[in-house]
Design a protein around this ligand. Sequence first.
Ligand code: PLP
Length: 401
Amino acid sequence: MATSALYKTYARADLSFESGEGAWLNGSDGLRYLDFGSGVAVTSLGHAHPHLVETLTGMAGKVWHSSNLFRISEQERFAERLCAATFADRVFVTNSGTEATEAAIKTARRYHFANGAPNRYRIVAFEGAFHGRTMAALAAGGTAKYLEGFGPALEGFDHVPFGDFEVVKAAIGPDTAAVMIEPVQGEGGIRPFANEFLRNLRQLCDDTGTLLVLDEVQTGIGRTGRLFAHEWAGITPDVMAIAKGVGGGFPLGACLATAEVGDAMGPGTHGSTYGGNALACAVGNAVLDVVLAPGFLDRVAEQGIILKQKLAAVVDAHPRIFESVRGEGLMQGLKCRVPSPDVVLAAREAGLITIGAGDNVVRLLPPLVVTAADIEEAIDRLDRAATALEARELTKAGGTA
Ligand code: PLP
């Protein structure tokens, strides 16, 4: 690959995309790819969705940005609609997921400060979690390799193993402000917490005056077949970070909170130059127009069931390559027996974009508008990729393909 002026932070594939439509992308190599990565769960309505294109281009001729020194009608409407559709009464709008989790962490700490308990700043978080790349989000994630070389990690995070309720209970003390959790760990390898675990966590938080902070940056906006993944467990959080799918590809995120908690963030406690500008919020409203339309999420849930069933058949057909399938809705993970980057590469060679994750998992995150025919085609391509990998494995083992 040619040398680049960019930071070397990413291991990029030598491929770019010229255009796209729905679940399809046209590669710089002249090939058509089925996009079951959605730019890491971002392009929720696929590529070049007519309503998003029309909204963005229409808004571009009006006002892009005026700053939060003034009222922004698109931002107010966006926040009101998010509140009407969720537990929340207050919204802070951001440009990204990590800014949303950062705002959530600050909100949780500030709430206890405002209530006369400044000692309650500690946050219990889960091993395998990913909350973003700013310093507080990194400290919350706790992954050593992401923290290395950046000086002392922000103090005040207590990490507990995945899904062990008794350990969580023991970790909550007089200085705990919140428990922070992704209902399904995304980067960690599509690891869903059981509904019962989430319900017990809600109860534990209520009993101890601890806030429940959900990170639905990856699981939110319909990804699991409900508007937010926590709805499957029948619980609501006190604070929630969202991003990715809510902008459909335009940088947009938000921190949502109940009135009691959100109002602890008074004038001057937080801010952002770009967060919630008119252009971004117009697109966010356009995404909500589609996702909140009657029947849309039911269709996502149906496609999710079809995808999971077909993936299970691929797992059965290729036991040397795959171990199992897990996930909810259009957020599915294939636990691999061969290195997951090999599977991602073989899938791409077969014209299917997938995304790696922790725990040797390959993620399938198609756009929410994926069709049954797209799923059929993706499964064919995945099957071809697995067959090619099996042939390579046999060659490596000294057999014949
Ligand atoms: N939280 C979760 C659950 C995520 O999956 C991500 C990104 O992958 C983030 C936070 C950070 O979002 P961003 O990359 O937009 O800052």
